[in-house]
Design a protein around this ligand. Structure first.
Ligand SMILES: *Cc1c(COP(=O)(O)O)cnc(C)c1O
Length: 364
């Protein structure tokens, strides 16, 4: 506890549910081989770093950013193949867009629904925005339980359904037929979250035109730009018009926009990095699958979920050896014994495998 020079503040004005929870834990990773947060492990080529420095240096930091950077959105739309007639909305990471979508729908008693386990921000945002949250369990093998989803949709009539495609933390792509059935049954919005598109290479973007309740959410984070915080939402203009009313006017800063613009011109560099990670993912998966005491699950993302006998002990032993991954075992009953590792560089993955073998030996 820090020294205080006066009385403590009276926190009774703070919401009870806020006081009751812990802040979203982001562990310090200084000095670790960092394989916990699905970051791209590669830096930018030196020439591009230089160019970036010059580009950023030229920005008018004394001015507010453009509130609606149409030029950038046009270039982004072209780069991603945005279907004609659809619009883009930019967010300070896709986390912000998740929050704004829910906020726009948060009438008293509104329900947000998603498969479980899935990305934690769907539930957190729903709760922060005073919505009910329903998590519909996946099957044991982490496949989407479409029948259960349809039942839950009929029962709870959710205003918003989130489907991470591929799913985090399980890494799999859900069956398209199941998602189609959900799109037909949903009384409100269905957001398909394609955060891992560079590693899955599967998208719902072309379906936007004939599915008015579909929204496609993406981010540049997992592609290699987690630090600039830029997410985007693609949807019918009527939806975007409503969400835009809630967006803080300067949510995407000038440095982020300038950096993203430069990266759009150099997308081939990030695409090549994603391709390298997809190939490393294959190698890491086969190493994990060949390791006694490990059950590793197929992944379409830049991470792999695997199960061990004692997840807490293996996680701690890995950390002791300087390797930080994510212990997801406590987060959902279906994830009992499960750990999640991000695909890193060749050297990082080797360090991880070596540390894992040693950690498993201790865990027994
Ligand atoms: C990482 C992640 C995000 C968050 O992306 P940001 O743009 O960095 O906020 C969104 N959805 C899923 C499923 C993720 O795993």
């Amino acid at each position: 506890m820090i020294d205080r020079f006066g009385p403590r503040p009276d926190l009774s004005v703070i919401r009870e549910d806020v006081r009751a929870i812990e802040a979203y834990p982001v562990p310090s990773a200084v000095g670790f081989v960092k394989l916990d947060a699905m970051e791209n492990p590669f830096s930018l080529p030196e020439g591009l770093q230089q160019q970036l420095g010059e580009r950023l240096g030229r920005q008018a930091l004394n001015r507010y950013p453009l509130s609606d950077p149409r030029g950038f959105k046009e270039r982004l739309g072209k780069s991603i193949g945005l279907p004609p007639g659809m619009q883009l909305m930019l967010g300070n990471g896709s986390d912000e867009l998740i929050h704004l979508i829910i906020l726009a729908c948060a009438k008293p008693g509104t329900t947000v629904l998603a498969p479980a386990p899935s990305f934690v921000m769907y539930e957190l945002s729903a709760r922060f925005d005073h919505c009910n949250y329903v998590g519909v369990p996946l099957k044991e093998n982490f496949a989407l339980d479409a029948e259960r989803m349809l039942q839950a949709i009929a029962e709870h009539r959710p205003a918003v359904i989130f489907i991470a495609y591929p799913n985090n933390p399980t890494g799999n792509l859900f069956d398209r037929g199941g998602i189609d059935a959900i799109l037909r049954a949903a009384p409100g919005i269905v957001v398909i979250d394609e955060a891992y598109l560079p590693f899955a290479q599967e998208t719902w973007m072309p379906q936007l035109k004939r599915t008015p309740n579909l929204l496609v959410l993406r981010t540049l984070s997992k592609l290699g730009l987690a630090g600039i915080r830029l997410g985007y939402l693609a949807a019918d203009a009527d939806w975007i018009e409503q969400f835009e009313k809630l967006r803080p006017p300067y949510n995407v800063n000038v440095l982020t926009l300038a950096a993203a613009d430069l990266m759009l011109e150099n997308m081939s560099i990030l695409d090549a990095q994603a391709a390298a990670l997809r190939s490393e993912r294959g190698k890491l998966l086969s190493h994990l699958q060949a390791t006694p005491g490990v059950r590793a699950f197929d992944s379409a993302a830049n991470f792999i979920l695997f199960r061990v006998a004692n997840a807490d002990a293996v996680f701690a032993a890995l950390k002791q050896r300087g390797v930080l991954i994510k212990n997801v075992a406590p987060t959902h009953p279906l994830l009992a014994g499960c750990l999640r590792v991000t695909v890193g560089t060749v050297a990082e993955n080797e360090t991880f495998m070596k540390a894992l073998r040693a950690s498993l030996a201790i865990g027994h």
